[in-house]
Design a protein around this ligand. Structure first.
Ligand SMILES: Cc1ncc(COP(=O)(O)O)c(C=O)c1O
Length: 426
């Protein structure tokens, strides 16, 4: 029987990564202070392989963890592939996605540090829902700044957040703009800013997914050739893939490919640059070295709102720069086609973000067939799409298009990043 891991796993213990320090913003006014609890700061910097999970967090995880690992046999048959496709399902909690794994940990640490209210930004609404739910568990009120597109197209996300006691405020623009609005809310004493999924501690918290999957596959006598997960700010991919990549690096398991799937509308890894940039559009918080399209990138309004982030985690970025992981970008229509096929065959409606991983797994399974290699594929079905049916209706009505930025657009956005922070400060 698989149990919930007693600790989070830190890949920095196994891979000596060059993760450059954050740099202060040349535009910092000094009024915006996220005020991270000391425990989260320590986790952000930690090199320890194992970070114990507090008992209060484990108790909450036990409500839905360990999450199930399924084999997608009907999909395998339909693809006529000898590949064995497994998926880890993270949609079985009130937030409907993996986001609750770190939201609970963060709410626990903020409450312990004396916060009374949390402010955060959300793209598709999954993170906002998770933060409101987790805040309520630890007696915190949560205000969620939601991108206007998702606010309008996902009304039931808003209903769910309000039902759980949260306040939802629409913000026009991308996730960076919503995060900036949440940061400003922290000028109010007692309110702390919670960031979603790009910080190293968020990736750490999400490793419960990969650690459980390692144990579940071991029970079946399996080890994946490839692990696939969708990439937003990074915690879903990091949490799923890092325990596998780390075990292989330690020499305890065979090599594994790890593929981060992003939308072709927001291709930070595959078409962005590895450089210092702002993590939100306030331009006041420290700059991080990451793969980015530029904080001013006008991300097309695709349905996978959680993947519409201009950059990605510095840990994922450092691993990509190191050649330790791979990236792939796919368009909305092919991603939705894979999601509909998956729903019909396997009985779960994927969230549009998770649908990117479904398509990534399908691509790998077809490659396995073409190369006559019966590979083992694991992907993370990071959330369900029962609140995203408006997007599926658009797809069914033939109204879903792919929006791929051209090179000039990306260059224009990248040109707005200060070239060198030290120089920009002078
Ligand atoms: C269902 C789902 N899957 C994946 C992602 C991407 O996750 P991350 O930001 O952790 O990379 C999101 C982000 O909102 C999501 O909601």
């Amino acid at each position: 029987m698989t149990v919930i891991p007693a600790h989070w796993y830190n890949i920095r213990a196994d891979i000596p990564l060059d993760v450059p320090d954050d740099r202060p913003s040349p535009f910092a006014s000094g009024t915006l202070r996220p005020q991270l609890p000391a425990k989260l700061i320590r986790q952000e910097m930690s090199r320890a392989r194992e970070v114990p999970i507090p008992a209060e967090v484990l108790e909450r995880y036990a409500a839905w963890r360990p999450t199930p690992l399924h084999r997608a046999r009907a999909l395998e048959r339909d693809l006529d592939t000898a590949a064995r496709i497994y998926f880890k399902y993270e949609g079985g909690n009130i937030s409907g996605s993996h986001k609750l794994n770190t939201a609970i940990a963060q709410a626990h640490y903020y409450a312990a540090a004396g916060a009374t209210r949390l402010a955060t930004g959300t793209g598709a609404g999954q993170w906002g829902t998770a933060m409101v739910a987790a805040g309520a568990m630890f007696g915190l009120e949560t205000v969620v700044y939601m991108t206007g597109h998702s606010y309008r197209t996902k009304p039931y996300r808003r209903t769910l957040m309000e039902m759980l006691g949260g306040r939802v405020v629409p913000v026009e623009g991308n996730l960076a703009a919503a995060l900036a609005a949440a940061l400003h809310a922290c000028e109010d004493p007692g309110t702390r800013f919670c960031t979603g999924s790009g910080e190293s501690y968020s990736l750490l918290h999400q490793t419960v997914i990969g650690q459980e999957a390692v144990a579940q596959l071991e029970l079946l006598g399996e080890w994946p050739d490839v692990v696939v997960a969708s990439l937003g700010a990074g915690s879903n991919f990091g949490g799923t893939a890092f325990p596998f990549v780390g075990a292989a690096r330690r020499g305890e398991a065979p090599a594994v490919r790890a593929v981060a799937v992003e939308p072709s509308a927001c291709p930070k890894l595959t078409r962005g640059q590895y450089r210092y940039d702002f993590t939100d559009s306030s331009r006041e918080t420290p700059m991080q070295k990451m793969y980015t399209l530029g904080h001013a990138f006008a991300t097309p309004e695709i349905h996978a709102g959680g993947l519409r982030y201009h950059g990605t985690s510095k840990l994922v970025s450092a691993l990509y720069a190191d050649g330790a992981i791979e990236g792939a970008a796919y368009g909305q229509p092919e991603v939705f086609a894979a999601a509909v096929r998956f729903a019909q065959l396997e009985g779960i409606v994927p969230a549009p973000e998770s649908a990117h991983a479904v398509h990534g797994a399908v691509v790998e399974a077809l490659r396995s067939r073409a190369e006559k290699q019966p590979r083992v594929i694991l992907f993370c079905l990071s959330g369900h799409g029962q609140l995203d049916l408006a997007a599926y209706a658009e797809y069914a009505g033939g109204r879903l298009v792919d929006v791929v930025p051209d090179d000039a657009e990306i260059e224009r956005s990248l040109a707005q990043i200060p070239q060198d922070t030290a120089a920009a400060r002078r």
